[in-house]
Design a protein around this ligand. Structure first.
Ligand SMILES: [Zn+2]
Length: 206
């Protein structure tokens, strides 16, 4: 499927990449929204490697034939994304998880796990999910598994929210000393550096 989207996949975990499809969260308006329709969600899933091109085309075709279902699946996906964001944002802040959001995510995980199956891969077993374009919400099953894995894998202390003002992206800090502060050095890291530089210049002049 042709896509003009420029999605980012550098958060370290799929569920955090999904939360990061909305940027500039702390800003009043406008936020940087990468997902504006069900078609965008299909494009994101394909870019994330969750579905192949022909499967993406099939999801898109079904969505086009059932626009009300596609709208409902999209609205649910966004509600889920926001719940996932608030959950991990609370984790990053060492705060208690919002009960409503945990309930929303738990319900969705239970639905996804009902479709999970074990598949042998080179001497190991992997979780896999039925890809079922007739169920438009099935796209998010691997994302939900990623949430469950991250919440239970003992890496929660590595989950951080970018220190950039008006950013709000989440990431997994894999640095040895746990010192990563920015979603990316190229964007927020450099902006902060430039600001400190300006402030220093200003301090010298005044
Ligand atoms: Zn950032």
């Amino acid at each position: 499927m042709e896509t003009t989207h420029d999605f980012a996949f550098d958060a370290g975990r799929l569920c955090l990449d999904f939360a990061n499809t909305l940027g500039d969260r702390p800003a009043l308006q406008p936020h940087e929204e990468a997902l504006r329709s069900y078609t965008d969600l299909v494009a994101w899933s394909e870019a994330a490697g969750l579905i192949a091109g022909d499967e993406a085309a099939e999801y898109t075709r079904v969505a086009a034939g059932h626009p009300a279902d596609a709208d409902a699946a999209f609205a649910h996906a966004i509600a889920l994304r926001e719940a996932i964001y608030r959950l991990f944002s609370a984790v990053a802040a060492d705060a208690a998880p919002p009960a409503d959001d945990l309930a929303t995510v738990n319900t969705a995980i239970a639905e996804a796990m009902a479709r999970a199956r074990l598949v042998p891969v080179e001497g190991h077993f992997h979780w896999a999910w039925e890809r079922d374009p007739s169920v438009l919400g099935s796209l998010l099953r691997p994302v939900l598994w990623s949430v469950a894995e991250l919440l239970t894998a003992g890496e929660l202390h590595r989950v951080h929210e970018c220190a950039g003002s008006d950013c709000g992206w989440l990431f997994l800090d894999m640095s040895k000393n746990g010192s990563r502060r920015w979603c990316s050095m190229e964007t927020c890291g450099n902006r902060a550096k430039a600001r400190r530089h300006r402030e220093r210049q200003h301090a010298v002049i005044s």
